[in-house]
Design a protein around this ligand. Structure first.
Ligand code: HEM
Length: 314
């Protein structure tokens, strides 16, 4: 079954990932957005001498881009995360809670670095930046092979994100299988990766893996020798993640760019937005209305503003 798990499943998963991802993005891009709905939480633009908040209520495209950039790179809106608690009294309190922001950032960046580091398996020769990333990530020089900092931080991030769903009552209440599954899946991918690198090193043939990985991306896949079962487990889990991705909440990766609450400018009071697919309704003033129906109105005894012109025989 090596060809099945090493070649067929990864290709199928990649096809589902790319096809599904494009499909979802195209669907979103085609969805009508008839209203301007940016989320604002700061002084909006009004009079030129009133200072407005360029990030919280952006008006220009450059400001929207700056807000998006900060949202995507440092999860700016999560910084405002609050914790609601009911105390005796009863008294409801909200306090700032930065844990989610910190661990979400830790998890996502660790994931990104791990994926980028993996490029050494797919690219030959290995680009300098990939080697540099690997060396920087392993600069603590603990163990042989060197332990990567991101292996520890992704596990820590995952544990907190999972723990939050278990311990926080409100979050537990709204957590669905679709929230837990990606956490478990990514956890399993990381654990099998770590097992492969640090504990079952002798079970895998890294040269054969590299040949297969380069073969997969150049469409000439080949399995040259026995690779080791743990590798297939790792790749199968990754394939499951790829196939699941477009149909899950993980699509927030693409969706964040298309989110109208984030990518729109707060300029409704400055620019009149005409919905492009509105029917072309010509204005009909009361004067014109009366001109059109004056005779009928007079005949029905309805008061008119302009009297009928006198008839010729009057
Ligand atoms: C979602 C994508 C993936 C994630 C999150 C992931 C995660 C990990 C992690 C955490 C490790 C431990 C060592 C390290 O951090 O480099 C690892 C190792 C490894 N992964 Fe992945 N992996 C992914 C995709 C893949 C794919 C597609 C392959 C197929 C070629 C692969 C092959 C390997 C191999 C061969 C190792 C051992 C590396 C070594 O010995 O240095 N991984 N993976």
């Amino acid at each position: 079954m090596q060809y099945f798990f090493g070649i067929a499943v990864p290709y199928l998963a990649m096809a589902l990932f790319l096809g599904g991802f494009c499909y979802r993005v195209v669907q979103w891009a085609r969805s009508p957005v008839p209203f301007k709905i940016p989320t604002t939480c700061g002084q909006g633009f009004s009079l030129p001498w009133i200072k407005y908040d360029r990030l919280e209520a952006p008006v220009k495209t450059s400001e929207v881009v700056a807000r998006m950039f900060l949202e995507i790179t440092i999860f700016r809106s999560l910084w405002r995360n609050t914790k609601a608690e009911v105390h005796s009294g009863p008294k409801l309190t909200y306090e700032s809670s930065k844990w989610l922001w910190l661990f979400a950032l830790m998890f996502h960046y660790s994931f990104l670095v791990i994926v980028l580091r993996h490029m050494r398996l797919f690219l030959e020769p290995v680009p300098g930046w990939v080697s540099f990333l690997g060396a920087s990530d392993g600069f603590l020089q603990i163990g042989a092979p060197q332990m990567y900092i991101t292996d520890a931080t992704i596990l820590l991030g995952l544990l907190l994100l999972f723990g939050r769903r278990l311990i926080n009552r409100q979050v537990r209440y709204i957590s669905l299988a679709n929230d837990m599954f990606p956490l478990f899946l990514i956890f399993a991918i990381v654990i099998t990766g770590i097992l492969m690198r640090f504990f079952l090193r002798t079970d895998i043939d890294i040269t054969a893996i590299k040949r297969l990985a380069v073969g997969l991306v150049t469409f000439q896949p080949a399995i040259t020798s026995e690779i080791g079962a743990i590798f297939y487990v790792h790749v199968f889990l990754v394939s499951a993640l790829l196939a699941y991705f477009p149909f899950s909440k993980l699509m927030h990766m693409g969706g964040v760019f298309l989110s109208p609450t984030r990518n729109m400018a707060n300029d409704t009071r400055m620019r009149r937005h005409i919905n492009p697919w509105n029917p072309d309704i010509k204005p009909h003033s009361y004067d014109a209305y009366e001109d059109e129906f004056r005779e009928d109105m007079v005949s029905m005894g309805i008061p008119v503003e302009k009297e009928l012109p006198p008839k010729a025989d009057d």
